[in-house]
Design a protein around this ligand. Structure first.
Ligand code: SF4
Length: 469
């Protein structure tokens, strides 16, 4: 049952609940404050204002706390995590968390906002804070973990990399030696095949200490979150679900996924029946050939078939579309939403999830795909399209007060525009152009044909001055 909520802003204006209840991993075994935190250093340039890799939990020697060599509970209360909690209690923004605060300043509802609200209804936040020691340490109880069990994946999305997808390795081997732009080269670096600071993509295999500590947390656990590589094809994801069932705790645990939905064996649906709730965020970034280009080499008819299958799942399974907002799809998001509304799905983003439309999050890596990179003329076109679409939604979809006031509907869409306009990263346009052209060469795709309205970004007709940066 939900706990009585209280106003978390009375703790401090910079409080976020996650460092008290949650630990996140990278596919290489690095621990991090949350999945959003280590994008906080992304910016208009590659300057490492906060020493780079901000958001990755560090050991006292300043090296990443990696589950290959650091156990889960030591990371939970090490100096780095303690200082994140102390900063928040003292009303400061920890460097790991600047991304959330920048998004909020641009009018976007940040992960800090929605996670804190969500968990504040489910745990006793007041007790969590009062149990915090002066040095920032807290009892060893994790309610929510984000597990990235290696990089095994069946897609190689254009905004991904070998850091997160095993399928990307062959394309990276072709791409990287060809790159000319120094900044782009730095962004696309993949040192020593990911084996840095004791990291490896099979950190979760042959790691009895990790599994013992994680299994010991099962009685406290309220949510297991799986994202990246692709958990539906990763054996250890299934092993963990079975362990929760065997220990008798599945009915207290929510499962949450960000998944490409390409492979969903019957076994998965059978296991889901045993859990309290399943929140499945289907990663789809556009529709038809635009989605196939971004989430390469997926095939749109298969995605549509999976959506129809998920639309028939039982009530305890919640389905949303999780759209990664980036240079390739921002202009087309109104069209994507129209497509989604036309399908009349029964339970894919039912109201109020994503205001009945879909869910959005921003791409920060690689930085040249972040929507702040658009040149000014393109940002103007996007603003106009979103403003027109907001009117269309009110005229053709809903114009009741609930919809108009929802933080996830029109406000969210226009917040995305404000976020795009909040900083000028257009100096990365040469990186974007080089990246897209080389990826098209390697994959046999065509940006210009797939996204014709954006063709002037890479091909400027007659050096049209209207289209200058
Ligand atoms: S403030 Fe944002 S980045 Fe920091 S832990 Fe919370 S959700 Fe993650």
């Amino acid at each position: 049952m939900d706990k009585k909520t209280f106003d978390t802003t009375t703790i401090s204006p910079t409080f976020c609940i996650l460092p008290w209840i949650h630990m996140s991993t990278r596919p290489n075994g690095h621990m991090r404050v949350c999945c959003t935190a280590n994008a906080s250093s992304a910016g208009a340039t590659n300057d490492k204002k906060w020493g780079g890799e901000v958001g990755i939990v560090k050991n006292d020697d300043g090296k990443p706390a990696n589950l290959n060599h650091t156990d889960l509970l030591s990371g939970w209360n090490n100096l780095y995590m303690r200082s994140v909690r102390q900063a928040m209690l003292n009303g400061k923004v920890p460097p790991s968390c600047s991304k959330c605060f920048k998004e909020e300043a641009a009018g976007h509802r940040s992960k800090r906002n929605w996670e804190t609200e969500y968990w504040n209804r489910r745990v006793d936040t007041k007790a969590l804070v009062s149990d915090t020691q002066v040095d920032g340490s807290v009892p060893p109880k994790m309610y929510y973990v984000d597990l990235r069990l290696g990089t095994k994946c069946n897609l190689k999305c254009v905004m991904c990399s070998p850091h997160d997808s095993s399928m990307w390795v062959s394309d990276w081997n072709k791409l990287y030696p060809q790159l000319k732009n120094a900044s782009l080269k730095e962004v696309m670096m993949w040192n020593n095949k990911g084996k840095v600071d004791g990291a490896s993509y099979d950190w979760h295999r042959d790691n009895p200490e990790f599994w013992k500590q994680l299994y010991d947390q099962i009685p406290h656990m309220r949510q297991l979150y799986f994202a990246g590589g692709e958990s539906t094809i990763i054996k250890e994801h299934y092993d963990l679900l079975e362990e929760c069932i065997e220990r008798g705790y599945a009915k207290k645990i929510e499962l949450r996924y960000n998944s490409n939905g390409i492979e969903m064996p019957d076994r998965l649906f059978t296991l889901w029946e045993k859990f309290k709730r399943v929140r499945f965020h289907f990663s789809i970034d556009s529709f038809a050939d635009m989605n196939d280009y971004i989430r390469f080499p997926s095939k749109w008819p298969q995605i549509e078939a999976q959506l129809s299958r998920l639309d028939e799942t039982p009530d305890h399974v919640e389905i949303t579309i999780a759209c990664a907002v980036q240079m390739l799809n921002m202009y087309y998001i109104p069209d994507f939403i129209k497509w989604k509304l036309e399908q009349n799905y029964k339970k894919i983003n039912p109201w109020p999830l994503g205001a009945g439309l879909m869910n959005f999050h921003f791409v920060y890596h690689p930085a040249h795909l972040n929507i702040k990179v658009f040149p000014r003329w393109m940002k103007q076109r996007i603003r106009k399209k979103f403003e027109d679409f907001s009117l269309w939604l009110q005229a053709n979809h809903r114009n009741d007060t609930d919809f108009i006031n929802s933080g996830y509907g029109i406000k969210r869409l226009m917040g995305m525009v404000s976020f795009m306009e909040s900083e000028d990263w257009s100096q990365r346009m040469p990186e974007f152009i080089e990246y897209i052209q080389k990826m098209d060469d390697i994959r046999g795709t065509s940006f210009v044909k797939t996204f014709p309205e954006m063709a002037p970004l890479v091909v400027r007709p007659n050096n049209d001055p209207q289209l200058s940066l």
